[in-house]
Design a binder for this molecule. Sequence first.
Ligand code: PHE
Length: 351
Amino acid sequence: MEKSMERENIIKKLESELNGVEKLSDLANVKAMFLGREGIVTKLSSKMKEIPNEEKREYGKFLNEIKNEVEEKINFKFQELSDKELKEKLIKDAIDITLPGRKIKKGSLHPLTRITEEFEDLFVSMGYTVYSGVEVESDENCFQKLNIPKGHPARDAQDTFYLKDEFENFLLRSQTSTAQARAMEENTDKGPIRIICPGKVYRRDEDATHSHQFMQIEGLVIDHDVSMADLKGTLELFCKKILGEKTKVRFRPSFFPFTEPSVEVDVTCFKCGGRGCNLCKDTGWIEVLGAGMVHPNVLEMGGYDSKKYQGFAFGTGIDRFAMFKYAIPDIRTIYANDIRFLSQFDRKDVD
Ligand code: PHE
């Protein structure tokens, strides 16, 4: 057969075979049919030995050309099918990215954190800074520098969680007032101070309204010309802002070793508005703060000249405010980490 005819026939056959191939896996059969051991092109090559020597060269060229053309066409088909199959796979495996994701349940701030932040915002807006102090405090800062020497009866209710051995002069602070001594000492230039100190304190108590660990917030202002009027104005504002403008505030004389004069501050009962109910034990008032003018001894022990400086201090229980504000009957639930309690404070503005 004329070589060009033969070549044309082979290519035609190849093209018609390739036309019928729709899957990559079937392409291997066509490849074997032409280039495999028994393949059409392979068989042509084996004819070489029958070709007279002078024609061998040209026959070799013919063989090469036909082999190249067959390979090229098969490769082209291979590429075409690969692209097609990839495209199909991508379409099949596509993810619908417009589907909304699963919602993550958001937690919310603990009621104590909320109240603390409310206090902080208010006092920072009045020029105070937030001071944290330490929870493991020295006997000196917790008591002695607050005018409560060893053996003083005021310790009885508070000398609770002491450390052992070489740390026996340290205890878990029983009141944030320790921050007063610490802040005065740290303020080495002995200039004015205006801080609040929120944090945990520890005592021996344990009942529905007392926990061995609870939170207080301390305030301390030291400056020239600070008077009881400043203290009253500050605390009235504080109570009204936190508990509502209608709240009335009452100051009763009291005693704290580190303030002189000392007061206790009552507010009109937020449940009954002052008429009398079970919450205020029919008095119409609820005690919320201890406060007073910083005792000159405390100023002096803190390195301040009590002739040039005065100060006022106040302390209140954050838990108490939380209990009143959110009508929580038992303080221990605040620390129980029970999700049924905590989820009642979930943010309602977001879901
Ligand atoms: N530390 C006092 C208490 O725990 C409260 C207080 C603070 C009183 C500051 C006066 C001045 O009861």
